[in-house]
Design a protein around this ligand. Sequence first.
Ligand code: GLN
Length: 482
Amino acid sequence: MNNLLQMPLTEAVKAVKSKKVSAVELTRASLGRIAECKELNNFITVCAESALAAAAEADKKIALGGDPGPLAGVPVAVKDNISTKGIRTTCASKFLQNYVPPFDASVVTALRNAGASIVGKTNMDEFAMGSGSENSYFGAVKNFRERSRVAGGSSGGSANAVAACEVFAALGSDTGGSIRQPAAYCGVAGLKPTYSLVSRYGLIAFASSLDQIGPLGRTVRDCALMLDVLAFADPRDSTSVPRPQKTYSDFVPRVKGKRIGIAKEFFPDTLNADVRKRLNAAVAALEGAGAVVKETSIKSFNAALATYYVLSSAEAASNLARFDGIKYGYSDRSGDGLTDIYFKSRTGGFGDEVKRRIMTGNYVLSSGYYDAYYLKASKVRTLIKREYEDALRDCDALICPTAPSSAFKAGKKTSDHTQVYLEDVYTVPVNIAGLPALSVPCGTDGGGMPIGMQLIGKAFDEKNLFELAGAFEEITGGNADV
Ligand code: GLN
């Protein structure tokens, strides 16, 4: 591998701006590395031509003494459920395998305006439903550190491409953990921003009240630099809000005096021993550096998973109704009449997990069951949100594992989907509560696989999370190793 690719994003930007290396050179190296790592299956589409053109544009601006933008032609990747004009956007589905959006998602426009070179679209679970990036129509993603293991999901391709130094950073989406859990499994940092901080315009919707786009990077500051570009008020997304911070990437690592909440429910007796050990060591290190550790309680912890699967499936059933074989995407017209087109297109176009969610969603929304499931889950949602907000009143961040284990074996859990759902136990409450959370690497298990620590913050308090996680990264010596 070209050593240049191991630089953090922040360093790469500086190197390009100071003409130590050209953006075109970095983009070529990135494209070379993507070809070298083909077997990992991180990319569904590689867009070499437009990436090199964006890099050349940045180099030209620099040569003329102009501003190439905060990302200065440095190569990044975008998850394949985020619309890119003229570049197919498949959601890793058969349904959209040939769909080429006529417009860019607002975050993609922002990346382009920031001068980024978008080298490709990353593999994921079909329609972002899954925790291993195995539910892809384009084949499973293989973990860069250990091919027999999953990369996590659903933004598995994005996390794995960052870990393998194919790109300097990537966009993922997170409805119930899909940025943080693959970040943990691949040993990189990943942020789910506060709901409404980053525009969802052009993100192919899974569960609109939970979905957020966010960055994955090899360092905390790389994620902060990406958030500088991604956070802005967007009139095209009615839930989008003005950004409260001027910049995130200028944060100063700080831990002294910060109050860290540890809920006892986060550490049940059944927790994997390696995960417990690494988390205890991480919290002790933060305490040693001056953090104040407080015990707290989140009583609703065990209710969050069921609540999430009711709410997210209901929203998914509604959002995915548009894939009917008529408007766009896969269409099977071999039958007789309109009903047959709907039936055959949806039967043949969706994979098993997506169908499971649609069926669950329509069930919990149906008239006889609405009160018992959807309405009940909506009420529990309010309780969960209140409980996290209350716990965060007395502390600056809550800390827990990102996932209950390290990356699981490929193929192992595909037969038992409830086992896969359990991977989301620590991440889904954060989406339900709409809060920001950052996953950072906190060492490895006995087999050398990364373990992630999740820091959960108050709404719009991303900068505080960066300060704390940045300080932790300094204590542990960073994670830019591959
Ligand atoms: N694993 C979760 C699910 O399958 C989360 C998915 C996501 O965040 N997109 O629903």
